[in-house]
Ligand binder design. Sequence first.
Ligand code: NAD
Length: 261
Amino acid sequence: MSLRGKVALVTGSTSGIGLGIARCLATEGADIMLNGFGDASQIEALRSEMEASHGVKVAYNGADISKPDQIAAMVAETAKTLGSVDILVNNAGIQFTANVEDFPTERWDQIIAINMSGVFHGMKAAIPGMKAKGWGRIINIASAHGLVASAQKVAYVAAKHGVMGMTKVAAIELANSGVTVNAICPGWVLTPLVEKQLQDRATRDGTTIEFQSHAMVAEKQPMHKFTTPEQIGGLAVFLCSDAAATMTGVPLSIDGGWVAQ
Ligand code: NAD
């Protein structure tokens, strides 16, 4: 299977799962628009290394996914510089944990803006170009928390359930347009987002990060293993293939059995 000639925009791809997905799509030949925060020289080094190792075009846009106008401008710039947006992976996301009554309002607003509204604005901007070409793949990175809840994650769980809802709506609207819309629902993946939670738990309980990495995974997943960004990238590549052409509106769990319970 080859994605040569396709262009993929992956939000939040300077780190973690987004970077894993961008690398897997580039390995299949897709040109890539990277997005996300980070040190400018490190991002440029990543961009040029990906171009050289995968033999594809790789560009970067630093749009802040909490800002609708910046998302629309990034989609327009991708179409202008790389030719189109054929694959949109809405992946950028953040986390913050506290009980509902202690949850800071500004953190709620920020998580809803990035993890949920950002997905809506990305789809809104990219859909017209995909419909015009009669082919498109929208892959929303939700979470096991798009399907079930955990304590202390009210904004994250609300946002990810919202992503599941909008994935289904867009899938129905686009059912006969050649554009599919699906969500990937990972369990634990060892990325900077999760490393922070491990660090917080180790500090709180006076234990080591190694102890917490086992405890945290075992608490939720029957399978005591982290999923890797590359395994999620493999699923994204599958969703772009012809084999997945009639899959739409689906939450795809890749979570070590988390939501099977
Ligand atoms: P990460 O912290 O490693 O990466 C997050 C990426 O998003 C980074 O590139 C960061 O720069 C970018 N980002 C953050 N805020 C942004 C903003 N306002 N504008 C643009 N970019 C922004 O985290 P990750 O674990 O790779 O998470 C990626 C996605 O996967 C998130 O949506 C997260 O909710 C989801 N997810 C993660 C896990 C996990 O266990 N790590 C599990 C399920 C779902």
